[in-house]
Every structure is written in C-alpha cells, then in structure tokens.
Design a protein around this ligand. Structure first.
Ligand SMILES: [Zn+2]
Length: 101
C-alpha cells in the first residue's frame, strides 16, 4: 500500500482506494479518480479562500470542482479554477518516479 495523500492510497495492483472506507476509486493508477463523483458549480464568496466575487478580478467564469468518494461520499479533492479549462487537474503515478501534479 502506498499513501498518496490524506484520502487516497494505491494498493499492490495499482488500484486507488479511499482510505476512509477502502472503496475502489480507480482500477489503475493512470486514472485514479475513474469512479469518483464529480461536482462542478460557479464559485461564490462563501467558498473557502474566496472573499470576493471572481467577476471583480476576471472576465473568465471561476468554478469550484469537487471529487467525492462514491462509497462514503468523503470529499477527496477540490479546486477553484477558470471554468474554461478543459477538465480537472489531476495527478498520476508512474512506477519508479515521483508523483506528477
Ligand atoms: Zn470512501
């Protein structure tokens, strides 16, 4: 077992698991969030670290993207990013190298 962060670990087969419930998040380390529940919505000043309307600083839509464990619904990852970016930022694990973000 290899710990990736406070929420995710990789087992000997390369599958990613939720550390809170041992549920499988992805069958392969190349797509560790394959089975997560994703939620995306516009950022608001009520978000952690957001104290003003994003429109005061940019014309781009700013979105909150969250990934939840499909088994226990723990929030696994969250990002606040421009909504016109194509998808979630992600990490991948390559054998023999460090974690790539
Ligand atoms: Zn879980």
């Amino acid at each position: 077992m290899m710990s990736i962060d406070d929420n995710i670990e990789i087992d000997d087969t390369g599958a990613s698991l939720c550390v809170h419930c041992d549920g499988v998040l992805g069958a392969s380390s190349t797509d560790p969030f394959e089975k997560v529940i994703r939620r995306e919505r516009p950022s608001t000043p009520a978000e952690p670290g957001v104290h003003a309307l994003p429109s005061h600083f940019t014309d781009r839509p700013i979105m909150v993207r969250q990934a939840f464990c499909p088994h226990c619904l723990t929030l696994l990852a969250m990002e606040i990013v421009p909504g016109d970016e194509p998808g979630y930022r992600h990490w991948r694990l390559e054998v023999g190298t460090s974690i790539q973000r």
